[in-house]
Design a protein around this ligand. Structure first.
Ligand SMILES: C[S@@+](CC[C@H](N)C(=O)[O-])C[C@H]1O[C@@H](n2cnc3c(N)ncnc32)[C@H](O)[C@@H]1O
Length: 374
């Protein structure tokens, strides 16, 4: 029964993204559009190199370009026409690799059509991008091996899959130890009622299948990931009278989270860390998530889990990490952060960000939540 409903949903979604939508402008709500947020300059440059036809069929809801990408192997779940893959392909460089998987044939065809164009543009001798037709909840069928990727990304896709646990389990399987899932998706403020979950247009528009945000942490823990780290959040204003009537009081947010897979070692200790400024595009400061920003050369106190992430991930080379009490080399302007409340609720973050934006000068200068859309 559940299997046949899942198959029916997949067929509807394939029709929606393969035939109904031709470009981003055809969407009926503003759920699947890039959230406004500051886009680092090196990513803006990389975005400019993506072919127009690929960019026109972009249906993402966030920026899924994490930091320290040189030489990384990245897997994009639900890669669509390939926009994010082509941005990442530049940033991992010729010795890295990006794999896109999508179940809608016309999306995969569109992505493949421009491989040569992009490789020539980037000056790569051998393509470092591959696209596969397949289901993200069944990555084994596509030949994706255990512990083969440094990073998995996904942009507005997991909400479209009925069995989200299966997707996250597959991600855990294919990630190397220390690897991360860095993904943007739509979340609901509550468990969605049947009327919304069975509404075909709402499902296709990335709202009907949205997880209640609190359930992400439960799923992550069940599978073995660290606590979800909230990076950014933007409230979704549906702006479609008919659909708003069906949605009622339910609220939606697009949010970017990072989920790390760490080796199972003993409990970590609180630590003091200093960022060495070595990450391209983030030399002055690294905004790791909504709770931690590391300024180059500044001493920061972090909790046990953040310490474990920094020690065991690709970020290890960028930090000097010491247990609290051990003396670190001093630097001018060092400051230790007092422990504080960690923000995990994307609705709360989006509201705070909205308030900060309204305090910005009209020209957007000032850097609070300045808007540069991609
Ligand atoms: C909202 S679009 C986002 C596409 C792309 N990430 C982007 O940012 O443009 C959702 C995509 O997910 C794909 N998709 C949905 N469910 C999937 C599944 N179970 N397996 C593979 N791809 C899926 C659809 O075919 C579609 O291309």
């Amino acid at each position: 029964m559940a299997a046949s409903r899942d198959a029916e949903i997949r067929k509807d979604v394939q029709t929606y993204y393969g035939q109904v939508l031709k470009q981003s402008a055809d969407l009926q709500t503003n759920a699947c559009v890039t959230a406004a947020r500051p886009v680092p300059k090196h990513i803006q440059e990389a975005l400019k190199n993506v072919h127009e036809e690929v960019a026109l069929r972009y249906y993402g809801c966030g920026l899924v370009i994490p930091e320290r990408l040189e030489n990384c192997w990245i897997l994009d779940l639900g890669s669509g026409s390939g926009r994010d893959c082509y941005v990442l392909s530049q940033l991992v460089g010729e010795t890295g690799h990006v794999t896109g998987v999508d179940m809608t044939e016309s999306q995969v065809d569109m992505a493949k059509k421009y491989i040569e164009y992009h490789m020539e543009k980037y000056g790569f001798q051998t393509p470092n991008v591959t696209f596969h037709h397949g289901y993200i909840e069944k990555l084994e069928e596509t030949g994706i091996k255990n512990e083969s990727y440094d990073i998995v990304i996904s942009n507005c896709v997991i909400n479209l899959v009925p069995d989200k646990q299966q997707v996250l389990q597959e991600v855990y399987r294919v990630l190397k130890h220390g690897g991360e899932l860095y993904f943007s998706d739509v979340y609901a403020s509550l468990e969605l009622p049947e009327e919304i979950r069975t509404h075909r247009v709402l499902w296709g528009e990335c709202l009907g299948g949205a997880l209640c945000w609190k359930d992400l942490a439960i799923l992550a823990q069940k599978i073995g990931f660290c606590r979800p780290r909230l990076v950014t959040a933007n409230l979704i204003t549906v702006q479609n009278k008919e659909l708003e009537g069906v949605i009622g009081d339910c609220r939606f947010v697009s949010a970017t989270f990072r989920l790390f897979k760490l080796p199972k070692t003993g409990p970590a200790k609180r630590c003091q860390v200093i960022y060495n400024g070595g990450i391209t595009g983030h030399e002055e400061e690294l905004t790791f998530d909504a709770n931690f920003t590391f300024k180059e050369g500044e001493l920061v106190e972090v909790d046990e889990e953040t310490a474990a992430i920094l020690k065991n991930s690709r970020f290890a080379q960028d930090f000097l990490i010491r247990p609290i009490g051990e003396k670190l080399p001093t630097c001018s302007g060092c400051s230790a952060l007092a422990s504080k409340d960690i923000i995990t609720d994307p609705f709360k973050l989006a509201e705070e960000c909205g308030r900060a934006k309204s305090r910005c000068p009209p020209d957007g200068a000032g850097g609070c939540c300045d808007t540069i859309s991609s």
